[in-house]
Design a protein around this ligand. Structure first.
Ligand code: GSH
Length: 221
């Protein structure tokens, strides 16, 4: 059987992915790719990991997904999933050992992917957006985070006392916000959110999916 030399992140061990296995185009620091990788990891679904450099996307990826964003999952059946939430749901539909799908909140995830991401981008990269005021966008993002903090005052995770789909879908973006100015984030009074983020970022799950991969190059050049 023909094999590729890709390293498989699920399960931690190095495995050889067969040509019939799923393929994930991913970028280590992309929060969308992070949440997809976490769901794939917990589901145990095997796949070939193809690390993408965003300024030099592989032709093989653009052929299956011309919109050019990561993550992209090509399933073993050849279906192309080019939205991170779809990849998460696909993986968990096959195997959801920790019951993540029971702890989903689509409205909360939509608020993260919509308004929060909007303000996060303008806070982080104000110069890229005409007349964006970084501080104003930071304050708007904090308002959204304060709602999460309130919710986390009532339970350890967003939908109960165990981590679930909503936590995994949202925390990579909160991590980005926190990392942009760690001192300022530490000074924000959101103790429940800060503890939640710390727990998730220091989890074995997150450490496993943040493993480094070299840029993927097709075997035939
Ligand atoms: N809605 C998409 C968004 C994915 C996305 O925007 N990914 C970014 C990286 S974090 C990307 O690939 N951007 C294209 C580029 O920078 O060229 C998803 O959920 O998968």
């Amino acid at each position: 059987m023909q094999q590729s030399a890709a390293k498989n992140t699920s399960g931690g061990a190095t495995m050889r992915a067969t040509m019939t296995e799923a393929i994930l185009y991913s970028f280590r620091r992309c929060p969308y790719a992070m949440r997809a990788r976490m769901a794939l990891h917990v589901s145990g679904l095997t796949y070939e990991h193809r690390e993408v450099v965003l300024r030099d996307k592989p032709a093989a990826m653009l052929e299956v997904s011309p919109k050019g964003t990561v993550p992209v999952l090509v399933t073993a059946k050849g279906e192309v999933l080019e939205e991170s939430l779809d990849i998460m749901r696909h993986a968990l539909a096959q195997n959801d050992p920790d019951g993540w799908l029971d702890r989903d909140d689509p409205a909360l995830v939509a608020a993260n992917d919509g308004p929060f991401k909007h303000h996060l981008d303008r806070y982080k990269y104000a110069t890229r957006y005409e007349s964006a005021d970084s501080d104003r966008h930071r304050a708007a993002a904090v308002e959204i985070l304060a709602e999460l903090d309130q919710r986390l005052a009532a339970s350890t995770y967003l939908c109960g006392d165990e981590r679930g789909f909503a936590d995994i879908a949202i925390f990579p973006f909160v991590r980005q916000f926190a990392n942009h100015d760690r001192e300022r984030f530490a000074a924000d009074r959101m103790p429940h959110l800060q503890a939640w983020l710390e727990t998730l970022v220091s989890s074995r799950l997150f450490t496993a999916i943040m493993e480094k991969h070299p840029k993927w190059e097709p075997v035939d050049g």
